[in-house]
Design a protein around this ligand. Structure first.
Ligand code: CDP
Ligand code: MG
Length: 153
């Protein structure tokens, strides 16, 4: 089997923290077999959120999105594992919770497009950019999961 070991960036946004869903969401990531190697619990500066969501700067929802994501604590994550970019997008579900499949974070526990609980990088390039933006040159945790020999051949 070819393993696409890679790193992605995700964030449990302020609605996820405020609703007490950090454990629920982290549990889904861990259960899937992905490895959390970086974690930062902060209130993001507005300028950082603007940069994070720069691709959406011309859109009508941008100002409200930036304001909300900077409004309270969020949990930034660096996640490593086979195809982690794609798998984290699958765990999160479609952007509009109304379209998100049951079994995804948004399909199970979110209701509205402006409160989507999680962010997760949409590509490997975005993941690299977002990890650098939120973690700079930080070193990430190196450890072995006890189930690793059964998650990967
Ligand atoms: O988060 P995701 O990558 O799935 O979606 P996006 O298209 O990159 O949009 C980023 C975030 O903007 C979403 O997670 C929503 O919280 C928000 N958004 C919104 O409030 N209204 C929209 N029409 C589209 C996105
Ligand atoms: Mg996106």
């Amino acid at each position: 089997m070819v393993i696409f070991m890679e790193r992605t960036y995700s964030m449990i946004k302020p609605d996820g923290v405020a609703r007490g869903l950090m454990g629920e969401i982290l549990g889904r990531i861990e259960k899937r077999g992905l490895k959390i190697i970086g974690m930062k619990f902060t209130v993001l500066e507005k300028a950082k959120v603007e940069e994070h969501y720069a691709e959406h700067s011309a859109k009508a929802f941008y100002a409200g999105l930036v304001e909300f994501v900077a409004s309270g604590p969020s949990l930034s994550l660096v996640i490593e594992g086979n195809d982690s970019v794609k798998i984290m997008r699958a765990i999160s579900g479609e952007t509009d919770p109304a379209d998100a499949a049951i079994g995804t974070v948004r399909g199970d526990i979110a209701l509205a497009m402006d409160r989507t609980l999680v962010h997760t990088s949409h590509s490997l390039e975005a993941a690299e950019r977002e990890i650098k933006l939120h973690f700079g040159g930080a070193a990430f945790m190196v450890y072995k999961r006890c189930d690793e020999d059964f998650l990967y051949e």
